[in-house]
Design a protein around this ligand. Structure first.
Ligand SMILES: Nc1ncnc2c1ncn2[C@@H]1O[C@H](COP(=O)(O)OP(=O)(O)OP(=O)(O)O)[C@@H](O)[C@H]1O
Ligand SMILES: [Mg+2]
Length: 508
């Protein structure tokens, strides 16, 4: 705005551009900025204590903000009510998640398929002190999974405690014991033999690798479970060649037969005791004497099994016809109890291997929960038996079976060998085969191994040795890295089906 004099003249006079314009020179003028129309404000800053009028949330003092630094172990002490991310409500409803107060569902195959749940295999290992409710939780899980199309296979029931469950489904369990007619041949071919004569050479070779591999692992586990003093019988590469060649001879595979013959462990032992010339030659021994001298330990260990633990149980062709379409199948072993834990362990090794054979080539959608209760008895039989168990468990990712193994404490797996030994390493690896661990109550003495073997922090250890000890069916479910404090809730019918204190109530 220009100021004007009283005379009405421009006080500032003409400026340069005006002067030049008068003489015909137009200087370029600066563009006049057109300010953009201001947008209406969407948000307004709230004063630190809130808008100062009634009902608007004004606070007389500002909230102090303090920062804390701590480890994730210490955090739950200050924020005890923040729990692990919930699991999807699919699968068996097991009971109450005590941290969130909601229902806890177990769905191992569903968890593997769900990227939000940190598990990559559907196997479960359940640990706990005797009587804490491991078997009851296992049975409840199996029973509830049948609603989702799963069938149950109990590969050895040392206490006959799954018989109640079988009767509930109207299935008669198979009883195995001295003097009974039931025989299971752990060297059975299983479904892989079906249509063998029509297989092309590549497929036959692939199937043979699976079958002979399984048998070899079994024989190695059985021989390796025998003792010389406090050492286990070794099973070296030469023993492997001898057993494999003998098995190939007995079945007719080595002769390229299209119809293979099933063999048994006593037949294997017999052939090794009376080796044929071609067996001696194929195993590259100088003569019969050389063969017999070199395989003495192997033959004697097998012989002890044939006349001892396996006699009348696993020494002949299978005599039972298993209905795989039935909701449950169980093999009762309580009659072996007088023979001792080792005999039961050997029986479990045979049954586990046989069961694995039977589950090879399961039809798609044929889902099964495979229960291995009291598996510590097998795991105590030395590194070879642990390897055999390991091999049986590895199959599950291929066929969708959920393997449920029950033992007392994580170090059961280590009892096969000294700390730091090869056996201990195998046992630790075995723990990784099950991404889900169900930890029932344990004594304080076990707390350290919960840390060293499972990597549980002090809070989780306290739950297992404290809270879980104060009630049956209480367990810390470790689903990958996530922990859930779960109380299994049993229906009155299930309480009856899972009752295992008959002996105590009878005596009282
Ligand atoms: N969640 C539960 N609620 C009520 N009772 C339970 C629960 N879980 C287990 N029980 C009862 O506790 C008893 C012992 O349980 P179970 O046989 O399952 O123990 P276990 O840990 O398998 O013992 P063991 O190591 O000797 O085999 C059973 O009679 C069972 O009915
Ligand atoms: Mg039990």
């Amino acid at each position: 705005m220009s100021a004007r004099t009283p005379a009405g003249r421009n006080a500032g006079g003409r400026n340069v551009s005006r002067l030049l314009a008068d003489f015909g020179h137009d200087l370029p003028s600066a563009p006049t900025s057109t300010a953009a129309a201001k947008e209406a404000r969407l948000f307004r800053h709230a004063p630190r204590r809130g808008p100062r009028w009634a009902g608007a949330g004004w606070s007389p003092a500002s909230a102090p903000v303090s920062s804390w630094r701590m480890t994730s172990d210490q955090t739950p002490v200050l924020w005890p009510f923040i729990s692990t991310p919930g699991l999807p409500p699919t699968g068996a409803q097991m009971g109450i998640d005590m941290l969130s107060g909601g229902a806890f569902y177990a769905d191992p195959n569903g968890w593997v398929l769900d990227d939000d749940v940190p598990v990559t295999n559907p196997n479960l290992f359940s640990f706990g002190k005797p009587g804490r409710g491991k078997s009851a939780t296992t049975k409840a899980f199996c029973l509830r999974m049948t609603d989702f199309g799963y069938r149950i296979l109990v590969l050895g029931d040392p206490k006959d405690e799954y018989e109640g469950l079988c009767k509930f489904f109207g299935v008669e369990p198979f009883a195995i014991g001295p003097g009974l007619p039931t025989r299971i041949n752990p060297l059975a071919f299983g479904p892989l033999l079906a249509g063998w004569d029509q297989l092309d050479a590549t497929e036959a070779q692939a199937r043979a690798a699976v079958v002979f591999g399984r048998w070899l692992t079994l024989v190695r586990g059985l021989v390796g479970s025998q003792r010389i003093g406090d050492q286990r019988v070794p099973f070296g590469p030469s023993d492997e060649v001898v057993v494999k060649t003998a098995l190939q001879k007995l079945t007719g595979y080595i002769l390229g037969q299209t119809q293979l013959t099933e063999t048994t462990i006593p037949q294997l032992w017999h052939l090794l005791n009376n080796p044929t010339d071609d067996l001696i030659e194929e195993c590259r021994y100088a003569g019969e004497r050389h063969f017999l001298d070199d395989t003495r330990l192997l033959r004697d260990a097998l012989g002890q099994l044939v006349s001892g633990a396996l006699a009348g149980l696993f020494d002949d062709h299978t005599t039972i016809d298993v209905d795989w379409a039935a909701p449950i199948q169980s093999l009762s072993l309580s009659r072996l109890e007088p023979l001792g834990d080792e005999a039961i362990g050997i029986a479990l090794t045979c049954l586990n291997s046989w069961g694995r054979g039977m589950r090879e080539m399961a039809a798609p959608g044929d889902l099964r929960v495979v229960v291995r209760d009291e598996s510590w008895k097998q795991l105590r039989l030395g590194p070879e038996a642990v390897k055999s168990f390991d091999a049986d468990l590895r199959l599950s990712r291929r066929d969708g079976d959920v393997q449920f193994a029950v033992a007392h404490k994580p170090s059961d797996l280590l009892s096969a060998g000294d700390t730091g030994s090869q056996a201990a390493t195998i046992a630790k690896d075995l723990l990784h085969l099950a991404d889900v661990k169900v930890l029932h109550g344990q004594d304080l003495g076990v707390a350290r191994e919960l840390e060293s073997m499972l990597g549980l922090g002090p809070m989780a250890q306290d739950l297992v040795t404290g809270w879980a000890m104060q009630g049956k069916g209480r367990a810390l479910w470790c689903v990958g890295e996530q922990h859930y404090k779960v109380q299994t809730v049993l229906h009155p019918v299930e309480l009856h089906l899972t009752f295992t204190n008959q002996a105590l109530t009878g005596a009282a």
